[in-house]
Design a protein around this ligand. Structure first.
Ligand code: HEC
Ligand code: HEC
Length: 157
């Protein structure tokens, strides 16, 4: 299954080349797979982008097609700066400025719990709860060193 071709045909018009993001859709690199699959299947009715994301049914793209797309979106190298890590893993939900975004959760004043929360997540599996669900990121996805870089970056905002 060719994830690059599937993504180019179905997603890149809004999400940019290999998921870099653009004016019509957010950055998608290094996706959290269960959450990303849920959004793809259910769409997003509410958005600040010009048009919402529509649901994509399994007869159009199978579960294995989606896995191939996630593999493709995982290919770019891990970012190395705190800012780039934040934009990759956190900004879609908390805003590029950390002040809320779609979750309405300003994280600039919640630094004490940041590292624990990134490891544990919140309301696991309740993907539809935009203001409550946060993914858990393991140390294989975001290392302790990278988490410290993110922390320092958020502290600087
Ligand atoms: C018509 C434009 C459009 C197309 C085509 C599109 N999307 Fe989206 N997608 C969006 C928008 C807009 C959002 C942001 C919704 C929001 O505000 O939360 C989004 C959000 C997402 C998210 C959630 C990102 C996050 O961090 O919360 C995923 C995952 C996603 N899209 C995957 C896909 C995949 C996979 C495809 C192709 C099969 C696709 N999208 C095609 C517009 C599009
Ligand atoms: C898919 C969306 C999503 C992503 C991605 C995400 N978060 Fe969250 N985050 C949330 C939600 C929703 C909450 C509120 C959780 C709750 O109910 O306590 C939250 C809460 C927080 C809080 C506590 C703020 C408060 O109001 O209690 C911090 C700090 C935080 N996130 C940091 C991060 C960092 C750092 C990253 C990136 C590594 C990140 N988040 C990625 C959705 C997300």
């Amino acid at each position: 299954m060719d994830g690059a071709a599937l993504f180019a045909a179905n997603c890149a018009a809004c999400h940019g080349n290999q998921g870099v993001g653009g004016p019509l859709g957010p950055e998608l690199q290094h996706p959290v797979r269960d959450y990303s699959a849920w959004v793809t299947r259910h769409g997003r009715a509410m958005t600040t982008f010009p048009a919402p994301m529509l649901p994509v049914a399994a007869d159009k793209l199978s579960d294995s097609n989606l896995e191939a797309i996630w593999d493709y979106l995982d290919q770019p190298p891990q970012p190395t700066s705190g800012q780039a890590l934040f934009l990759d893993y956190c900004a879609n939900c908390h805003g590029a400025d950390g002040k809320g975004g779609p979750t309405g959760r300003n994280i600039l004043n919640e630094l004490n719990g940041l590292k624990t929360l990134v490891r544990q997540g919140a309301h696991g599996g309740e993907f539809e709860m935009r203001r409550e669900y946060m993914p858990a990121f393991s140390a294989t996805r975001i290392t302790d060193t990278e988490l410290n870089l993110i922390y320092t970056y958020v502290e600087s905002l």
